[in-house]
Design a protein around this ligand. Structure first.
Ligand code: T3D
Length: 257
C-alpha cells in the first residue's frame, strides 16, 4: 500500500490517506487500499479501534478530479467501487472508528469523515460539500447522514451553496464531536483511540449495530433489538470483568472478548 499508510499499534489500526500533493483526493487505488485496510481492521483481533487521518495539510479533497475525467472512466463505477464500499465498511465494522480531520475535507472527503463514529477536527480544518460547484450531487452517504445529523434546512443550504464550514461551525452544528488546536489534534485523537481500544470492544460494537439500526427501526423494533444486544453484551468476558472490578474497587482489564 502506498496511497495510504496503514499500521497496527497498541490495538489501534491507523489509516493515513497519503496523496498529500493532491490533498489526499481519491483515485481508485487509494479507495481500494482504504477498503482493504478497514477489512483488515475488522478481521483482526489485534485491532480494537480504527483511527483515520490525512497526511499533509488536508484530510481529503474528495474525488481526484483528474482521475474522474480520464477516458473510459464512468462516474457510476467510481461511486459504486470507491465510495459506497468505504461508507458501508465504516458503518459495518463493529469497532469504533475515530476520524481526525487534520485540514480541508471536501466532497467525498467530508462525507467519509461524517460517516465515522467520532469525528474530531483541527481548528483550522474546513468542511465543504463541494459537489454542487462541479454539477454533481453529494455522494458517500452525504444525503443520508447530513439530514439526520443537522436537519434538512442546513443540509440543503450546505449542499446547494457549497459553503465552507469551519471546524468550530461543524462542531456547533453537530457534524463532528470536538475541535482541538492544530498542534494537539493528533495527540488527542490517539489518546481517544487508545482509550476506546482498551474498552469492552464487543459492547461498543453492539452499540454501533444498534445506532445503525436506529436510523430505520421503529420504537418496537429498536426496543427488541436492545433486549437482544443487552443479552449478548451480558454474556461477554468484559461485562463480567467490569462488574467484578467494580465490586473489587479496582480498574477493569478488558480484553475485547
Ligand atoms: O467521479 C466523480 O467525480 C464522482 C465522485 C465524486 C465525489 C467527490 O468528492 S466530488 C468533489 C470533488 N472535490 C472537489 O471538487 C474539491 C476540489 N478542490 C478544491 O475545491 C480545493 O482544492 C480545496 C477547497 C479542497 C482546497 O483549496 P486550496 O486553495 O487549499 O488548495 P488548491 O490550491 O486548490 O489545491 C492544492 C493542490 O491540490 C492543487 O494542485 P497544484 O496546483 O498544487 O498542482 C490542486 O489542483 C490539487 N487538488 C485539490 N483538490 C483536488 C486536487 N487535485 C485533484 N482532485 C482534487 N479534488
Amino acid at each position: 500500500m502506498s496511497n495510504i499508510l496503514f499500521s497496527i499499534h497498541n490495538s489501534v489500526g491507523k489509516i493515513i490517506l497519503n496523496r498529500p500533493d493532491v490533498l489526499n483526493s481519491f483515485n481508485m487505488s487509494m479507495a481500494k487500499e482504504m477498503q482493504a485496510a478497514i477489512d483488515e481492521c475488522a478481521a483482526s483481533n489485534a485491532v480494537r479501534c480504527v483511527l483515520i487521518t490525512g497526511e499533509g495539510r488536508a484530510f481529503s479533497a474528495g474525488q481526484d478530479l483528474s482521475a474522474a475525467i480520464e477516458p473510459g472512466v464512468e462516474i457510476k463505477q467510481i461511486v459504486r467501487e470507491q465510495y459506497n464500499p468505504i461508507i458501508l465498511k465504516l458503518r459495518q465494522i463493529e469497532k469504533p472508528v475515530v476520524c481526525a480531520v487534520n485540514g480541508v475535507a471536501a466532497g467525498a472527503g467530508a462525507n467519509i469523515a461524517f460517516a465515522c463514529d467520532i469525528a474530531l477536527a483541527a481548528s483550522s480544518a474546513t468542511f465543504i460539500q463541494a459537489f454542487s460547484k462541479i454539477g454533481l450531487i453529494p455522494d458517500s452517504a452525504g444525503t443520508f447522514f447530513l439530514p439526520r445529523l443537522i436537519g434538512l434546512q442546513r443540509s440543503t443550504a450546505l449542499m446547494m451553496l457549497g459553503d465552507k464550514l469551519t471546524a468550530q461551525q461543524a462542531m456547533e452544528y453537530g457534524l463532528i464531536y470536538k475541535v482541538f488546536p492544530d498542534e494537539s489534534l493528533m495527540a488527542e485523537a490517539e489518546k481517544m483511540a487508545a482509550q476506546l481500544a482498551s474498552m469492552p470492544t464487543k459492547g461498543l460494537g453492539y452499540t454501533k449495530r444498534l445506532l445503525n439500526a436506529s436510523l430505520h427501526n421503529d420504537l418496537n423494533e429498536q426496543l427488541q433489538m436492545e433486549e437482544n444486544m443487552q443479552d449478548a453484551a451480558a454474556k461477554t468476558y468484559d461485562h463480567k470483568e467490569g462488574v467484578k472490578a467494580f465490586l473489587e474497587k479496582r480498574k477493569p482489564v478488558f480484553k475485547g472478548e
